[in-house]
Design a protein around this ligand. Structure first.
Ligand SMILES: Nc1ncnc2c1ncn2[C@@H]1O[C@H](COP(=O)(O)OP(=O)(O)OP(=O)(O)O)[C@@H](O)[C@H]1O
Ligand SMILES: [Mg+2]
Length: 257
């Protein structure tokens, strides 16, 4: 069954059709890639799904429910979580407090409680600590729980932000360029963590990434956007051999690492 289905999804910014008539269905348990040249509309798709932008046209179905146009805090309650293209972390907080902030931010207590560090109820706190420590162990950064985020190497900051997205146990996780700016070793570690998130936690993954080696290595299926339109879809092997895809990338900057 499709956990996420996009039907004729479109977004217009003034005269610019950033996304046009996008149909896409992701099965439960899949790792799906969304690729395309710069400006193709990938982040705009994520922004519509996560409730940052309202679509101009079309529908978004999540787990069979129409979530089109719902605000971001309503979307997140439905166990759909994302990371952002640029690292969104609290630089002065410890790793554990970053997870706590994410937990507050996306739970009923809201943003200000998270920034002001309003205490959780005892039950909530016990539950949070159990979940957070399990999460850090799962991600292999348990030893870093009391480190200040800004002091961590970049790769670990990004793994922490994956933990922030996972702390509310999403069914679907959307990752916008999870390995951008990483060295090969950090990239491999992140891809392994993402694969394990699917394999061991059963989370369906939808990811945007310019690093073709990473995308081809991890995705079950890949959808390709060019100028806001889907031009191809298939397995990594099919996409690699697709002439429309090759043409769309010709003459543009090569991002492959
Ligand atoms: N808020 C906005 N207002 C106006 N135009 C926007 C807005 N957001 C995105 N765009 C435009 O929509 C198009 C698609 O942008 P988008 O960020 O979705 O591309 P992308 O595929 O994520 O690119 P990249 O790979 O560089 O991150 C671009 O032409 C962009 O300039
Ligand atoms: Mg983008």
């Amino acid at each position: 069954m499709a956990i996420l289905e996009l039907q004729g999804l479109s977004k217009q910014f003034g005269g610019l059709a950033a996304v046009s008539g996008l149909d896409l269905a992701i099965s439960t348990g899949e790792i799906r890639g969304l690729i395309g040249p710069n400006g193709a509309g990938k982040t705009t798709v994520f922004n519509m799904i996560s409730g940052v932008y309202k679509p101009t046209r079309g529908r978004i179905l999540f787990d069979g429910e129409d979530i089109t146009g719902l605000p971001a805090h309503e979307v997140v309650k439905r166990h759909l979580s994302r990371t952002f293209q640029l690292t969104a972390i609290f630089r002065e907080f410890t790793v554990l407090r970053n997870l706590l902030a994410a937990y507050h931010l996306f739970s009923k207590t809201g943003f200000w409680n998270s920034v002001l560090n309003t205490p959780l109820s005892r039950n909530e706190e016990a539950q949070f600590m159990e979940d957070a420590l399990e999460m850090l162990r799962f991600l292999g950064i348990e030893d870093l729980k009391d480190e200040i985020a800004k002091n961590l190497p970049y790769g670990h900051q990004r793994v922490m932000s994956l933990g922030m997205a996972l702390i509310l146990k999403p069914q679907l996780l959307m990752l916008d360029e999870p390995v951008s700016g990483m060295n090969p070793q950090e990239t491999k570690n992140m891809m392994d963590r993402i694969r394990e998130t699917r394999d061991k936690k059963g989370v369906t993954i939808f990811l945007v990434e310019h690093n073709m080696k990473a995308v081809m290595g991890i995705c079950d299926q890949i959808s390709v956007l060019s100028f806001g339109k889907k031009i191809a879809e298939g397995t990594p092997q099919e996409i690699k051999a697709n002439t429309a895809v090759i043409e769309a990338y010709l003459g543009v900057e090569d991002h492959a690492a």
